[in-house]
Design a protein around this ligand. Structure first.
Ligand SMILES: *[C@@H]1O[C@H](CO)[C@@H](O)[C@H](O)[C@H]1NC(C)=O
Ligand SMILES: *[C@@H]1O[C@H](CO)[C@@H](O)[C@H](O)[C@H]1NC(C)=O
Ligand SMILES: *[C@@H]1O[C@H](CO)[C@@H](O)[C@H](O)[C@H]1NC(C)=O
Ligand SMILES: *[C@@H]1O[C@H](CO)[C@@H](O)[C@H](O)[C@H]1NC(C)=O
Ligand SMILES: *[C@@H]1O[C@H](CO)[C@@H](O)[C@H](O)[C@H]1NC(C)=O
Ligand SMILES: *[C@@H]1O[C@H](CO)[C@@H](O)[C@H](O)[C@H]1NC(C)=O
Ligand SMILES: *[C@@H]1O[C@H](CO)[C@@H](O)[C@H](O)[C@H]1NC(C)=O
Ligand SMILES: *[C@@H]1O[C@H](CO)[C@@H](O)[C@H](O)[C@H]1NC(C)=O
Ligand SMILES: *[C@@H]1O[C@H](CO)[C@@H](O)[C@H](O)[C@H]1NC(C)=O
Ligand SMILES: *[C@@H]1O[C@H](CO)[C@@H](O)[C@H](O)[C@H]1NC(C)=O
Ligand SMILES: *[C@@H]1O[C@H](CO)[C@@H](O)[C@H](O)[C@H]1NC(C)=O
Ligand SMILES: *[C@@H]1O[C@H](CO)[C@@H](O)[C@H](O)[C@H]1NC(C)=O
Length: 524
C-alpha cells in the first residue's frame, strides 16, 4: 500500500515500436456509434453490499459519493446505480426487523456474499446518501410462491417512497433468470420453465408491482416512470434466449425502456485465465462483446429500444486477485467500455460488491480489503474523460482498428467533429519483474483530415508503474486515492502532465505510449 514511487514516464520511455498509421480521413465519423445517452459510465452494486457502499441516514458513505461525483463532472451526469445481482433474488423482507440487512453465508454456495438474506425498512435509507444520483431497484423474482409475493408486497411501498422524484431511474425484476434452472448455487425453477413461463411470470409480477405502486406512489405511474431494464439475462447461450423471450411477449405491457444483458470476459478461477491472455488482449474483448451483436441488431430493429450492459466486469465470481484488481484490469476496462460504446452498447454498469476483487473502490474497511480507490476506478475516469459531457451534444464513438491485439484506439466525435482519441497499449509490463529495465513503448500515429482545424493537442495519460500495480495510479497527473483526500482529485507533483503534441506538415501526429498504459488525445 501507499507506494509513492510514481514514475516520470517521459524519462523512462525506451525503444519505441511503430504501430500502424490510422487515417482519420477515411475512418469517418459515419462509422461511429449512435449518439450515447447520458451516464454511459454507470455501476451495478450487489444488493447485499449496497448498505456498505451507500451507508444510511446516520452514516452516509461520503467517500462513495465523492467518487460518483468525480465521474459525474467528467461525463455530465452521475453514474446510474443499479442495485441488484444474485443477492437480489435471495432477499426477503421483514417489516419489523431493525437491521437494514441480515445475511447468512453458506460457503458451499458462495464465499463472497450471503445466500440467505432478510432486509428491513432501514435498508432503503441507503437510497438517500448520494447527491444527484438515480437508481434502478432490483426486485426479487427468484423466490416463488407465497414468500416471493410477500417480498414484493413488503418492499414495493418502501422502495417507491425511498426513490421519490429524481432518485428513480428505472426498475428491474429478477437477476439473470436465464440461469435460474442451472445455477451452481441451487436451481430455483424446474427444467420445463422456458421463455413462455418466464414471460408469464414476469408480466404477472410486474403487473402486481404496478398496482402496488399505483396505491403507494401514484406519481411514479403519472410521471411515466414505471419503466424497466429487462430481461437482465446473464448473457447469450444460457437456458433462456433473449430473442425468444421478446417474441413470447416480454414487452406486451410496453414498460421496458432498455434491453439489458450482462457480460463477463471469463471466470475468476477458470483454468488458463491470465492478465495478458484474457484481459489485456483486445481480441478477447472483441470476441466477448461481439457475442451480443446478433441480439443488438435483431432487437434494436424489432423493438427500437437501446441495448445496454446492466451488469458486467472482468471475471465472474467477483474477480481474481492479482488480475482484476491490477492496473492491467483498468486498461482492460477502458478497452472494454469503449469497444462496447463503438459497437452500439449504449450504457455499461460495472458491477461492484464488498471485497470483490474487480471493484472500482472499497467503500468500507473490512477484514480482507482496505477502504480505498482501486485500480479499475482509474479506468472509469479515463472512459468518462474520453466521452466528455454527454448531456451537451451528440457524442459518438468510433473504433480505430489497430493491427495488434495489444493496441486499441477509439475516436470520440461531438456533433460530428473529432474531439478526442483514446489510445490503449496492453503489452504486459510487470514492474516487479522488470524494475531494472527500461520500459518499452509503442508509437501510435494518426493522419488528421485536411479540414480538421486543430489548433492545439493536449495529452492526458493513464499511468502506473506497471500492469501489476494496484496503487500509485494517476490519470492526467491526478490521484483519487482515499488516503490523500478521501477520493477527491489530488494533483501529484511527481508525475509529468500538461504534455502537448505537434502535428507534422504531413498532417500526422504521433504519440509514444509506454507498455501497459493509455492516453487521451484532446483536440482543441
Ligand atoms: C422479523 O424480525 C423480527 C424482529 O427482529 C423477528 O422477531 C422475526 O422473527 C422476524 N421474522 C421472520 C419471519 O424472520
Ligand atoms: C447505520 O450505519 C452504521 C454504520 O455502519 C451502523 O452502525 C448502524 O447500525 C446503521 N443503522 C441501521 C439502522 O442499519
Ligand atoms: C458444505 O459441504 C460440506 C461437504 O459437502 C458439508 O459437509 C456441509 O454440511 C455443507 N454445509 C452446508 C451449510 O450445507
Ligand atoms: C419454486 O422454487 C423452488 C425452490 O426454489 C423450485 O424447486 C421450484 O421448481 C419452483 N417452482 C416453480 C413452479 O417455479
Ligand atoms: C414452453 O413449453 C410449453 C409447454 O411445453 C410450450 O407450449 C411452449 O411453446 C414453450 N415455449 C417456448 C418459447 O419454447
Ligand atoms: C399469472 O397470473 C394468472 C392469473 O392470476 C395465474 O392464473 C397464473 O398462474 C399466473 N402465472 C404465473 C406463472 O405466475
Ligand atoms: C488473445 O485472445 C484470443 C482470443 O481468446 C486468443 O486466441 C489469443 O491467444 C490471446 N492472445 C494472447 C497473447 O494470449
Ligand atoms: C441471430 O438471431 C436470429 C434471429 O433470432 C437467429 O435466427 C440466428 O440464429 C441468430 N444467430 C446467432 C449466431 O445466434
Ligand atoms: C429489420 O426489420 C425489417 C422489417 O421488419 C426486416 O425487413 C429486416 O430484415 C430486419 N433486419 C434485421 C437485421 O433483423
Ligand atoms: C467501423 O467500426 C467497426 C466496429 O464497430 C470496425 O470493426 C470497423 O473496422 C470500422 N471500420 C472502419 C473503416 O474503421
Ligand atoms: C443529436 O441527435 C439527435 C437524434 O439522434 C438529433 O435529433 C439532434 O438534432 C442532434 N443534435 C445535434 C446537436 O446534432
Ligand atoms: C508480476 O511479477 C511478480 C514477480 O515475478 C509475480 O509474482 C506476479 O504474479 C506478476 N504479476 C502478474 C499479474 O503476472
Amino acid at each position: 500500500m501507499k507506494s509513492t514511487s510514481y514514475i516520470f514516464l517521459c524519462l523512462l520511455v525506451g525503444f519505441a515500436k511503430a504501430a500502424k498509421l490510422t487515417n482519420l480521413a477515411t475512418s469517418l465519423s459515419s462509422n461511429a456509434s449512435q449518439p450515447l445517452p447520458a451516464s454511459f459510465v454507470s455501476f451495478s452494486i450487489e444488493f447485499s453490499s449496497f448498505p456498505d457502499f451507500a451507508g444510511n441516514h446516520s452514516a452516509p458513505n461520503t467517500f462513495s459519493d465523492t467518487l460518483l461525483q468525480n465521474l459525474g463532472k467528467l461525463q455530465g451526469s452521475n453514474p446510474i446505480i443499479r442495485v441488484g445481482g444474485n443477492t437480489q433474488d435471495y432477499a426477503t423482507f421483514n417489516s419489523t426487523q431493525t437491521e437494514a440487512l441480515i445475511g447468512t453465508f453458506d460457503f458451499n454456495r458462495s464465499k463472497d456474499y450471503p445466500t440467505t438474506i432478510s432486509i428491513g425498512p432501514a435498508y432503503f435509507e441507503s437510497y438517500d446518501s448520494w447527491h444527484n444520483t438515480s437508481f434502478i431497484h432490483g426486485f426479487n423474482l427468484g423466490k416463488n410462491g407465497t414468500i416471493g409475493l410477500d417480498t414484493l408486497k413488503g418492499t414495493v411501498p418502501s422502495v417507491c417512497k425511498a426513490l421519490n422524484g429524481s432518485k428513480l431511474a428505472y426498475w428491474q425484476l429478477g437477476n439473470e433468470p436465464d440461469l435460474f434452472k442451472t445455477s451452481s448455487q441451487g436451481p430455483v425453477r424446474p427444467s420445463w420453465w422456458n421463455e413462455t413461463y418466464y414471460v408469464e411470470e414476469w408480466l404477472n409480477k410486474t403487473e402486481l408491482i404496478r398496482s402496488l405502486i399505483q396505491q403507494d406512489c401514484p406519481e411514479v405511474i403519472q410521471d411515466a416512470k414505471f419503466q424497466f431494464y429487462a430481461p437482465s439475462f446473464a448473457g447469450t447461450g444460457n437456458s433462456l434466449n433473449m430473442i425468444k423471450a421478446w417474441q413470447a411477449g416480454l414487452n406486451n405491457d410496453g414498460n421496458i425502456a432498455f434491453i439489458d444483458s450482462h457480460n463477463y470476459i471469463g471466470g475468476a478461477t477458470q483454468p488458463g485465465v491470465t492478465l495478458q491472455g484474457t484481459l489485456m488482449n483486445h481480441t478477447s474483448t472483441v470476441l466477448s462483446v461481439n457475442k451480443h451483436l446478433n441480439e443488438t441488431a435483431y432487437l434494436r430493429n424489432y423493438t427500437q429500444l437501446p441495448y445496454i450492459l446492466g451488469e458486467t466486469n472482468s471475471l465472474y465470481n467477483e474477480g481474481a486477485p492479482g488480475l482484476s484488481n491490477s492496473f492491467g484490469a483498468a486498461l482492460w476496462g477502458v478497452d472494454f467500455n469503449l469497444y462496447c460504446a463503438a459497437t452500439g452498447i449504449q450504457r455499461v454498469h460495472m458491477h461492484q460488491g464488498t471485497d470483490y476483487r474487480y471493484a472500482s473502490w472499497s467503500p468500507i474497511q473490512t477484514a480482507n480489503t482496505s477502504i480505498g480507490t482501486k485500480a479499475p476506478y482509474y479506468g472509469n475516469i479515463m472512459v468518462a474523460s474520453l466521452l466528455g459531457d454527454l448531456t451537451k451534444g451528440n457524442t459518438t464513438i468510433s473504433d480505430l482498428e489497430q493491427d495488434s491485439t495489444y493496441n486499441s484506439a477509439y475516436a470520440a466525435y461531438v456533433n460530428g467533429q473529432l474531439r478526442r482519441i483514446a489510445v490503449i497499449q496492453m503489452r504486459e509490463y510487470n514492474y516487479t519483474d522488470n524494475a531494472e529495465q527500461t520500459r518499452p513503448s509503442e508509437t501510435f500515429s494518426f493522419q488528421l483530415p485536411t479540414d480538421s482545424h486543430v489548433k492545439r493537442i493536449g495529452i492526458q495519460r493513464l499511468m502506473a508503474n506497471g500492469s501489476d500495480a494496484i496503487t500509485g495510479i494517476t490519470f492526467d497527473g491526478y490521484s483519487y486515492n482515499y488516503e490523500l483526500n478521501q477520493g477527491k482529485p489530488v494533483l501529484m507533483t511527481n508525475v509529468s502532465r500538461a504534455e502537448t503534441l505537434g502535428i507534422g506538415n504531413d498532417g500526422i501526429l504521433s504519440i509514444q505510449v509506454p507498455w501497459s498504459s493509455a492516453a487521451v488525445i484532446n483536440f482543441y
